[in-house]
Design a protein around this ligand. Structure first.
Ligand code: SAH
Length: 469
């Protein structure tokens, strides 16, 4: 390793930049952000450079670098001119004076380099590859950005404020290390990530109190992540859903959670199927609610994965009601609901300036053999209707819409297994749909879309599933 990462207290640094082009401009910005005082010498400066330097209280001198005297009083030098031999001279002089020096494009001429930074102050992650490829570092930074929640900085601040207190309460290093692992990977961290700051702090205080009575008692309560798994395509999972799946101990999932999403659950995580479709294994809703509580009370991190969005026809509300009653910590991660997924992947916008100013999600589930819906409210021009769970009741739905005044020729679409490789989109007219269903043997899960927006499908369809080719 030629470049060892060191984290310098920037408040003590005074930098001199030699050169005034676009690289200098970028550097001034990041140095000033880090609280470093900057002066600059250059024969010419790019637009905006002088304003940046002077705006931060520094001086710009127009002129050439002539001798090492220019460096007196500085401890960080940046050689950024477009003349390699000048840069080389600057670096040689700076090193002879024992200063920190960076040379643009020639890392080995200097003695420090700048890395790509993920800033979650006070937490910072710096990436360096010895100057071999700044672009590579930047690509890696973008990838890491997704896995480091923005709230890590807040977490660092919170635990930083308790560092001394914890040290006093738990003198043994091993105990302290266990304690901090529990805090930083458990409910305290999750409370911060989901925006519950005061809860995070009170949890931390409780855990510290409990830690004094023995660490095995700490964090005996698990937590539940109620996660929307989206409509099928695993790429539609949110970053938070993905992150929480990686840290779960057990996953409870439904029939609607696709195999692609399940493939993103680590091998080591216990899987419990609680879906309703596979005959012998169905677990009643009250059983699922209790199961979540039981697992959490065993101290497990439970991921409850539900198709689409957990709060849209997903009974997610009922599940967390039980958790709330039993004081089990939980958080809810939204997912892409079937209507959004199917709309996007079938090229049928749910609203459109010319066709629909509102959209209504409706459950088409039969209750006692009939579909009980406020029909006159549904038969309104300029409104798109999306029926979930309506396959069985579809003939009745179509008939009622028509008898309540909807145009028989209203465009409709049935989207089967939307967003997956098996997606099928059947476009028709309201009056024709019952016949189509009989002929085409539509499978579950399917979504029924009614409205003028369906006419856009021909023009806007972009996604091809294996059934379209
Ligand atoms: N919480 C889920 C909906 C659960 S209700 C969500 O937000 O999407 C189940 C109904 O959703 C199914 O009967 C079907 O109408 C619809 N659905 C779910 N996934 C679907 C998919 N991939 N394609 C078409 N419809 C889907």
């Amino acid at each position: 390793m030629n470049f060892f990462p060191l984290f310098h207290n920037t408040k003590q640094l005074k930098a001199l930049l030699i050169g005034g082009g676009t690289v200098a401009k970028r550097r001034v910005k990041s140095l000033v952000e880090a609280g470093i005082a900057c002066d600059l010498i250059a024969t010419a400066v790019a637009e905006g450079v002088t304003e940046l330097v002077e705006g931060a209280g520094g001086n710009v001198t127009i002129g050439a670098y002539t001798s090492d005297e220019a460096m007196l009083g500085y401890n960080l030098i940046l050689a950024l001119t477009d003349n390699r031999s000048v840069n080389h001279q600057v670096a040689t002089d700076a090193k002879a004076m024992g200063l920190l020096v960076n040379v643009a494009d020639f890392p080995d001429d200097g003695n420090i380099i700048f890395g790509a930074i993920i800033d979650r102050a006070p937490l910072t992650i710096a990436i360096n590859n010895g100057g071999a490829s700044p672009v590579l570092s930047s690509i890696l930074r973008q990838q890491l950005e997704q896995f480091v929640p923005k709230a890590y900085g807040q977490l660092a601040r919170l635990v930083g404020a308790y560092r001394t207190r914890v040290k006093e309460a738990l003198p043994s290093t091993t105990e302290r290390s266990i304690f901090w692992h529990q805090v930083l990977q458990g409910p305290v961290a999750e409370a911060v990530f989901s925006g519950k700051h005061s809860e995070a702090e009170s949890l931390l205080k409780t855990h510290l109190r409990e830690a004094n009575n023995g660490l095995d008692k700490v964090m005996s309560n698990g937590e539940v992540f109620l996660i929307g798994a989206g409509p099928g395509d695993p790429d539609l999972l949110t970053l938070r859903a993905f992150r929480l799946l990686q840290k779960a101990d057990v996953v409870l999932y439904d029939a609607l959670v696709s195999d692609g999403v399940m493939a993103l659950v680590p091998e080591s995580v216990e899987r419990v199927y609680v879906g309703k479709r596979r005959a012998n294994h169905s677990v009643p809703q009250t059983g699922i609610n209790q199961l979540l509580v039981d697992y959490a009370k065993q101290g497990k991190r439970v991921a409850r994965l539900k198709g689409g969005d957990p709060f849209i026809f997903g009974r997610g509300g009922e599940e967390i009601e039980t958790l709330a009653e039993q004081h089990v910590p939980f958080q809810v991660v939204p997912g892409i609901t079937a209507a959004s997924g199917c709309s996007a992947y079938s090229g049928i916008p749910l609203t459109h300036r010319n066709y629909a100013q509102s959209v209504r999600f409706v459950t088409g589930q039969l209750r006692d053999g009939s579909v009980d819906l406020p029909w006159p409210e549904l038969v309104v021009e300029g409104q798109t209707l999306v029926f979930y769970m309506g396959l069985k009741g579809l003939p009745i739905i179509c008939e009622r819409l028509i008898s309540n005044g909807m145009d028989e020729k209203m465009p409709v679409a049935l989207i089967e297994k939307g967003t997956t490789q098996d997606q099928r989109v059947l476009v028709s007219e309201l009056g024709q749909l019952p016949t189509i269903i009989k002929e085409e043997q539509v499978m579950s899960p399917s979504l029924f879309v009614v409205g003028r927006v369906v006419s856009l499908h021909d023009k806007l369809a972009w996604f091809t599933s294996s059934r379209d080719v």
